[in-house]
Write a protein that binds this ligand. Structure first.
Ligand code: G3I
Length: 314
């Protein structure tokens, strides 16, 4: 009766986490995953630099590992991610004509989506296309193809697996901002143009005690108003280390606020936390002096934040 079962009992699709072979192959983690989570996102193995490090050279074994694990254990999968400026190999960034890039993008999307057709229920088709100021990110895709790059990726994905739910995903959509406004405007343009988009993903990498968390419901409602499915795709709530009792209590309240905001909106289909334990989280290596962002501690024991989430789902 883990988090996923509770979420399903609430009429939602899933509660998930981010893993890959390096974590899933550890029995302590695998046991938690089997008990608690119903949706798996590959933390790194389906990214461009992992899957097509040089042109036409495919390395799909990491993705295969995760998908096979999911099949054997009855888990859903959120593919992550097809069109992203980061972890993009140099050979793609160096392309300098639109026709070649279109063909490379279509081929990349088609190859990955076809490989796991029917076994991946949601794909993050495009990730982080906006800068924090709400302008388009100056990636090779935007420079050569403009907004059409997004449409190309969604159309190729839908063609390769017409039953998969296709998502536009981004971060810092947790408060009202020009980024959130422009993200929603893009979603509405894509819908109006008949582009096959089914969901919006808000990553939600948050900080304990952040002043925007109590009103987290508002931006989520704005995403929900697009009429698409909404998913919280990479939730974690980090703190300045060392931890203390008041931070632990605040973190529990913050996790509850986010979970309740999702449950308040009928089309919030699921929540994914970005990793199982604090030991495996991306946070400490990225934010100096911060950590403890997840639901299990360094010793793979459930934290108070876990209990808070479980109670919010009860
Ligand atoms: O696998 C290589 C290894 O061979 C090499 O020796 C080592 C040395 O640097 O790097 C290893 O790759 C690392 C990879 O994680 C796998 O562990 C990369 O350096 C490291 O940069 C990479 O970090 C990932 C990060 O995305 C990259 O942008 C994190 O694990 C992953 O949690 C993080 O996830 C992102 C989402 O995809 C998008 N949203 C934000 C989120 C957090 O940054």
């Amino acid at each position: 009766n883990g988090l996923h079962a509770k979420m399903v009992a609430k009429g939602r699709y899933y509660f998930g986490t981010a893993v890959d072979q390096n974590t899933l192959s550890q029995s302590v983690i695998s046991n938690i995953v089997k008990e608690e989570f119903g949706m798996l996102t590959p933390e790194n193995s389906m990214k461009w630099e992992s899957t097509q490090p040089s042109r036409g050279q495919w390395r799909l074994d990491g993705g295969d590992y995760l998908v096979n694990y999911a099949q054997q254990n009855g888990k859903h999968v959120r593919g992550h991610t097809l069109l992203w400026h980061s972890q993009l190999p140099g050979w793609v960034s160096q392309i300098n004509d639109a026709a070649t890039l279109t063909q490379v993008l279509e081929n990349h999307v088609t190859t990955l989506v076809t490989r796991w057709k029917g076994k991946i229920q949601h794909w993050d088709v495009a990730n982080e296309v906006f800068e924090d100021n709400g302008q388009y990110r100056n990636s090779v895709f935007y420079r050569l193809l403009g907004e059409r790059s997004i449409e190309i990726a969604f159309r190729a994905a839908a063609k390769a697996d017409p039953n998969c739910k296709l998502y536009l995903n981004d971060y810092n959509l947790d408060y009202t901002s020009s980024k959130l406004t422009n993200f929603i405007a893009l979603v509405n343009r894509l819908k109006a143009a008949g582009v096959p988009i089914h969901g919006v993903g808000t990553q939600s990498h948050l900080m304990v005690g952040n002043g925007a968390i109590p009103t987290f419901k508002n931006p989520l409602q704005m995403l929900h108003d697009t009429g698409l499915d909404v998913a919280i795709t990479e939730l974690d709530i980090r703190m300045k280390m060392p931890s203390d009792n008041s931070k632990v209590q605040q973190q529990s309240r913050d996790f509850q606020t986010v979970v309740k905001a999702c449950l308040d909106l009928p089309r919030c289909v699921g929540i994914t936390v970005w990793g199982v334990s604090d030991k495996d989280s991306w946070v400490p290596s990225t934010f100096q002096g911060e950590g403890d962002a997840l639901l299990w501690n360094n010793n793979y024991q459930k934290k108070e934040a876990y209990t808070a989430v479980a109670n919010a789902l009860a």
